[in-house]
Design a protein around this ligand. Structure first.
Ligand SMILES: *Cc1c(COP(=O)(O)O)cnc(C)c1O
Length: 399
């Protein structure tokens, strides 16, 4: 019996991919072994995080890095770092940011539930641009001049959400920001793979970039990465680490946190609740190594094979589906399955619900439901689950 069944929870077939709601990526055996080995010895966390910083810097081309408890935590810590820099008085006051430049510009079209993570540190979001395409009122996206026009003495920085379709480009936004000496904090949580996603924001001039550790990197679900400028990473680290040490004894690795720039050690900061364990740090670094070395590419053929089998099974049963090819060679394709509501007598939404409610529960990608599409993502499927998945799809769509 599975550990989940022992708890009375039924394991599902995950055809949605590495989504947080469903527990994220499967960790490779190497990652789990590293986690277990890390649990057998003890190290000071600031030394471990300083070592992690070097590995993250090498993987991202940034100056420094920090293992966080997820991309959302990285956004909160990055915001806190931009607001307080190396001023322990400010660190102490957050999320009360009154008296500081505390406004972060964000394109209206880039706002989402994740911007809560930025506001949580005390930032006030100031929207720029419009969302005319979604409003059906125009063809224009946010433009770089709109950021520039919104800058005031109260502006602390710019938040930018990186996707393949983000406009204006990060480079253009960075040019405006740096002209005014403002840092840019980038949310690139799910932008890996491709592997190039790990270096592109920094190459484009981002001052801080946030990634999820438990999506494409396949580390623990509870990890993330913040990478970027050394002074800002030091500030973020100071606001996350446990700071209960004697000032006379506190000795953080100097290449990572330059003590001489601080009047004294700050106390626990706004990120103290986002702690990351030594096991999680080691596991994440192991996953990062696997990811950057291209080890996951070996599984792409298996992903394609699973989708091909599903496609044949569904087509034989009279259904329409087609493969959507990825943009980069180190990403996987997905399969879109059409639900013709008129012919089937039920909508894609209803099919999705019945798939979740049956046995075993099946969770498909739901972004295409309004267009009548179920999206099958192969990356969290197992070979054993493919036949059952085909059966359940035929059963629910066809019945
Ligand atoms: C997943 C995601 C996050 C949150 O990442 P966690 O690692 O789960 O905290 C933030 N922003 C975007 C765009 C994401 O896709």
């Amino acid at each position: 019996m599975s550990v989940y069944q022992q708890l009375g929870v039924e394991p599902i077939i995950n055809a949605s991919g590495m989504v947080t709601r469903l527990g994220g990526a499967f960790m490779p055996p190497e990652v789990l072994q590293a986690f277990e080995r890390a649990s057998r010895e003890t190290v000071p966390l600031e030394q471990l995080q300083a070592a992690a910083s070097k590995r993250i810097a090498a993987a991202t081309d940034a100056d420094a890095g920090l293992v966080t408890s997820g991309a959302a935590a990285a956004l909160t810590l990055g915001t806190a770092a931009i607001l307080s820099r190396l001023d322990p008085g400010r660190m102490e006051r957050l999320p009360n940011s009154s008296g500081m430049a505390n406004e972060f510009l964000i394109a209206r079209e880039q706002r989402s539930g994740y911007d809560h993570a930025v506001r949580a540190a005390g930032a006030v979001l100031v929207e720029v641009g419009f969302n005319e395409m979604v409003a059906g009122a125009g063809v224009r996206r946010t433009e770089a001049w709109e950021y520039e026009a919104a800058i005031t003495p109260q502006t602390a920085g710019i938040v930018y959400v990186q996707t393949a379709d983000s406009r204006p480009s990060l480079r253009e936004v960075v040019a405006v920001a740096h002209e005014h000496d403002l840092p840019v904090l980038v949310d690139a949580a799910g932008e890996v793979p491709p592997r190039s996603g790990l270096t592109e924001p920094t190459a484009a001039g981002a001052d801080l970039t946030a990634y999820s550790g438990g999506k494409g990197i396949r580390g623990p679900q509870t990890t993330g990465i913040l990478c970027g400028r050394r002074d800002l990473i030091a500030s973020a680290a100071l606001q996350m680490l446990d700071m209960d040490d004697h000032p006379e004894l506190w000795d953080p690795p100097s290449e990572w946190i330059d003590r001489s720039r601080l009047p004294g050690p700050p106390r626990h900061g706004i990120g103290r609740g986002f702690k990351v364990s030594k096991e999680e740090i080691v596991a994440l670094l192991t996953a990062l190594d696997l990811f950057t070395s291209g080890a996951y590419d070996k599984q792409l053929d298996a992903c394609r094979g699973r989708l091909a089998a599903i496609s044949v099974g569904l087509t034989d049963a009279g259904m329409n589906c087609h493969t959507v090819e990825p943009a980069a060679s180190d990403q996987w394709p997905v399969l879109e399955v059409e639900v013709d509501a008129a012919r089937r007598g039920k909508s894609a939404m209803e099919v999705c619900r019945q798939l979740r409610e049956g046995k075993p529960p099946v969770y498909v990608g739901h972004a295409g439901l309004p267009a009548g599409l179920l999206v099958i993502n192969p990356v969290c499927l197992t070979d054993e689950s493919v036949d059952v998945l085909i059966e359940r799809l035929i059963d629910v769509i066809g019945s």
